[in-house]
Design a protein around this ligand. Structure first.
Ligand SMILES: Cc1cc2nc3c(=O)[nH]c(=O)nc-3n(C[C@H](O)[C@H](O)[C@H](O)COP(=O)(O)OP(=O)(O)OC[C@H]3O[C@@H](n4cnc5c(N)ncnc54)[C@H](O)[C@@H]3O)c2cc1C
Length: 438
């Protein structure tokens, strides 16, 4: 079994690992876990940054490493994806058909992303990755299996699973509507990465605020990774931004502000969608603990600038104890929110206004088993001083286990109701780690 992405999740030892090959294996495992009241966890791609969400000490781990099939029905444009598939595999297998499922921005990430919402470079035009899901097979907490979609008797569960995370059941089949992106040889996207010096960071933050508020072109996508790599106990700036446009150039009326900010290096070129998903590599490093925490920003850039200055202070004070740390910003434009609603909506249900989804991700030293107390305090300080803005949900995939992500969702009350309906004894909350607040 491959180690999880965060080293902190390699430390706990389950008493038993169930490696299902068919749904009935999951049904039997859950029925037994439920009957015998055993602690459990589920792992698909293993990429969560939340310690304990895909690992369990002395309990049962359900690991989807053998359920990795992908099929494609060209006549309906539907792909069926089993939970053990990673996005790089899904993209490669569907590439001959010129389509791509909406997944993540790193190939090593797995399908757990769909349950947390999920953001890809296709998001501005097509919604969150979970908005591409059309049907799921779900094993409920007591081992019963149901098929959920937008129009059957389980439409409430379907909606809750689209962004509600791991609390509502175990998904054994995702049916998704992929996006027609073309083949690897079709260089119908343009973009790549630009590296900026420390002196450009604040200009970038002002520019991304303007971009998310004013850009109305859904063919534009960007990911801002402002970060520091620690060298000899000092943070060295590594501010990297990926820009993509579905077209033959980065139009100046969309990207001009970013292109004019002084930068050290740029690598921009025509490329296919599948190549765009690889500009940061697969993200398959192992051996380092990760710790995510999230926030969000609406309106003027001042709050984000303050959060960035706090982050700089955190980076300086943690430099001896960590490998690297990043402050990531993903623009969530109004057209993305409107598209998600048109597709039926998801559990996040943001307010109808653009925002920046933000996270801090700290990567610890190789083999380091515990987060040093001073760094832990620093992370808590960052979260306390920079709470999410109202109506702009936290990204469950990139938040901290102590943050109540559900409380930032527009559909919080609905989610509590659905959880109560499908897990009336609250078994999942009592016997499994995961998002808090239900
Ligand atoms: C370096 C890095 C980069 C990232 N980049 C992005 C990005 O670009 N876009 C983005 O949206 N996210 C990103 N993420 C976050 C990532 O999407 C989430 O961590 C996601 O949950 C990972 O899914 P997984 O299957 O790989 O992980 P896992 O750790 O296997 O699962 C994550 C969670 O989902 C639960 N789960 C998994 N499968 C199932 C299932 N079938 N049924 C029920 N519950 C299940 C697990 O129990 C766990 O709680 C990134 C994370 C890292 C560490």
């Amino acid at each position: 079994m491959r180690n999880p992405a965060s080293f902190f999740n390699s430390i706990q030892r389950p008493a038993c690992v169930v490696v299902p090959r068919v749904d009935v294996h999951v049904q039997k495992a859950m029925a037994t876990i439920y009957h015998d009241r055993v602690r459990y966890a589920v792992m698909s791609g293993g990429h969560t940054g939340m310690t304990g969400w895909n690992s369990v000490q002395d309990g049962i781990l359900i690991f989807f490493g053998k359920m990795k099939s992908i099929t494609y029905d060209e006549s309906r444009n539907r792909a069926t994806i089993q939970p053990g598939v990673r996005w790089g595999e899904a993209l490669s297998q569907l590439e001959p058909y010129g389509v791509a499922p909406m997944g993540g921005r790193l190939g090593d990430i797995g399908t757990g992303l769909l349950l947390g919402g999920g953001v890809s470079y296709l998001a501005p035009e097509n919604g969150w990755s979970t908005d591409g899901v059309t049907e799921m097979d779900v094993i409920l907490v007591d081992g019963r299996q149901v098929t959920v979609n937008a129009s059957n008797q389980y439409s409430d569960l379907f909606r809750a699973l689209k962004g509600g995370g791991s609390r509502f059941g175990i998904v054994t089949r995702f049916e998704v509507e992929p996006i027609r992106v073309g083949r690897r040889s079709d260089k119908n996207w343009y973009g790549g990465v630009i590296l900026y010096p420390e002196s450009s960071a604040e200009a970038l933050i002002r520019a991304v605020h303007k971009f998310v508020q004013t850009n109305t072109d859904p063919k534009a996508a960007a990911l801002f990774i402002l970060g520091y790599v620690m060298q000899n106990g000092k943070p060295v700036a590594s501010h990297t931004v990926a820009y993509f446009y579905k077209g033959s150039s980065l139009p100046r009326d969309v990207f001009g502000d970013f292109l004019d900010i002084p930068h050290d290096f740029e690598s921009l070129a025509p490329m296919s969608y599948i190549e765009a998903t690889d500009v940061f590599g697969a993200g398959d490093d192992r051996g380092f603990g990760h710790r995510f925490s999230g926030t969000s920003f609406v309106g003027e850039p001042e709050k984000c600038l303050k959060a960035f200055r706090d982050f700089q202070r955190f980076a300086t004070e943690s430099a001896h104890a960590v490998n690297s740390t990043v402050f990531g910003l993903t623009p969530i434009p109004l057209h993305q929110i409107e598209t998600a609603r048109k597709k039926g909506g998801n559990a996040l249900q943001p307010a109808l206004r653009p925002y920046l989804s933000a996270h801090w991700n700290t990567v610890f030293l190789e083999g380091q088993e515990q987060i040093p107390a001073k760094v832990e305090l620093g992370l808590k300080w960052l979260m306390r001083r920079n709470p999410p803005c109202s109506g702009a949900p936290l990204d469950m995939n990139e938040s901290d286990a102590t943050q109540n992500v559900y409380a930032t969702y527009g559909d919080y009350e609905f989610l509590k109701h659905v959880y109560q309906k499908y897990d009336p004894t609250r078994f999942n909350v009592r016997y499994s780690q995961g998002p808090i607040g239900l």
